[in-house]
Structure formats: structure tokens, C-alpha cells
Design a protein around this ligand. Sequence first.
Ligand SMILES: NC(=O)c1ccc[n+]([C@@H]2O[C@H](COP(=O)([O-])OP(=O)(O)OC[C@H]3O[C@@H](n4cnc5c(N)ncnc54)[C@H](OP(=O)(O)O)[C@@H]3O)[C@@H](O)[C@H]2O)c1
Length: 249
Amino acid sequence: MAGPLGIIGSGAIGGTLARLAVAAGLDVILSNSRGPETLTELVRELGPRARAATVTEVAHEADLVIAAIPLVAYTDLPADDLAGKVVIDTTNYYPQRDGQIPDLDEDRSTASQLVQAHLAASHVVKAFNNITFASLGNGARPAGASDRSALPIAGEDATAKARLTDLLNTLGYDALDTGGLAGSWRSEPGTPVYCDPYMPGWPTDSLTTDELIQWLLAAPVIPQSAQRVEELVASAVRGPAGGYFPEVQ
Ligand SMILES: NC(=O)c1ccc[n+]([C@@H]2O[C@H](COP(=O)([O-])OP(=O)(O)OC[C@H]3O[C@@H](n4cnc5c(N)ncnc54)[C@H](OP(=O)(O)O)[C@@H]3O)[C@@H](O)[C@H]2O)c1
């Protein structure tokens, strides 16, 4: 890949993607809402292939940029700075966190269509939204491995989707092209391909947030082939938009 992979939002998903990218030999530039000085520890952990910057610097320096932020923050993405770039949208709609978004509640849009409308001059592609950060980090496998998983991708631009497919391949996943952003509800919360297939269920005990994170990280990954992902995506029926976080103590 020419140039570094840009990451806006360096929490559970952004941090996991940064780890996979560095492990695969890519350079990454990370950013968050609070500024590069708050990413010192993560950058130290990631090593010399990683550095931290502001969101604006990431948008300028990378032409493949992951947006791993809460959906509610999508209007903060710098549209002018990201013009012409490929932006990988990992967002999901969680009204508990994001508030009610009528365009989603009334099925007038998908989350990624909102992001694309805001980033009108960028090529927005959807990926990494239908797997927990823990399964994502633990489930990466080399091309051809019998237990390699596929992830659904969506987007309007074929070149952008080809670049995304290359990135998934490099990070340890096959890509299953599910079409345009209007159809990306098929991998949103509550659909058959959303998170559960890649994991052995959810804990039945009431856990604290830290305990839940440790449980998720320790859980085995259930590989999902491209054929299985295609079946799951095809079986989706559009229900109420938005997901609900599990109860924690
Ligand atoms: N966690 C999962 O397993 C998972 C799986 C699939 C998809 N997703 C989706 O991926 C997205 C990220 O989830 P996450 O779990 O990684 O969230 P997270 O752990 O809370 O991390 C969010 C990151 O976004 C940054 N951020 C927030 N507002 C921002 C803004 N206005 N500008 C720049 N950066 C901003 C935060 O920075 P600060 O800390 O500095 O505020 C933080 O680095 C969400 O839409 C989520 O639904 C999550």
C-alpha cells in the first residue's frame, strides 16, 4: 500500500485495526477527538510503524482513511480535507449512544449513506462494522487458511472497493462485496451477519464492562466463509434500525 493507513478514532475498533495493520507491515497514523498527545501509550505499544496526529493531519496525509468513531460524531469528519479520499466507515447506529436519528429510524438512509452524504467528495465504503473488536483482532488469518473469515463490504465506487478488498486481504480477511451503501443495512445491528456468527454466543452472567471486554477477548472466533457470509447477508430482513448494548453492571 502506498502511503500510511489513516485512522480517525483510535478506540476499540480503530486500535484493533491499527494492531492488525502494523502486524501486516503497514504504517499507520492514528487520531482521536482529544489530540495526539493522548495516544502516546498506544503508539508506543504499536512501535515504529505508528504515529499519532490530529484528525486534519490524518485526512491530509493518508488517502485511505478508516473512520472508527461513534456514529453521532460523523459530522465532525473533515469533509474538505477528506475530499477524493477513500473513507472506510465502521460505524453502527446505537441510539443509547448516538441519540435518535430519524433518517435511520424511518429507514430513509443507512448509517453509511449518512456518512457518504456528509463526505460528498469522498468515496465511502463500509466495512468492519459487523464483527466485535475482539473477534476482529483474534480472527485474522493468512490468505488460504482453512479458518480464514470473510467480512461484508459495501460502497458505490468499484476502485474504492478494490482498495478495501486489498486492505482486508492484507489484514487477514476475505471481502464479500454486498453492493452499494443503500443495501448496507444488511450488515447493520440486528441482522444475521452482525457479530454473533463470529463468536460462541454472549456471556449469560452479569459482568462489569472490564469483565465483558476480557470475556470477549478470550472467546474463540468462529470462522465464517465468504459463502456463509453471502447466505447470512441475503437472509437479512429489514427491521427496526439500531442496536442495543448488552447490560453491564
Ligand atoms: N467496539 C466494537 O466491537 C465495534 C464493532 C464494530 C463496529 N463498531 C463501531 O465502530 C465505531 C467505533 O467504535 P469503538 O467501539 O471503537 O468506539 P470507542 O472505543 O469508543 O472509540 C471511539 C474513538 O473515536 C474517537 N472519536 C470520538 N469522537 C470523535 C470525533 N468527533 N473526532 C475524532 N475522533 C473521535 C474517540 O476519541 P476520544 O477517545 O479522544 O474521544 C475514540 O478514539 C462505532 O460506530 C461502533 O459502533 C464497534
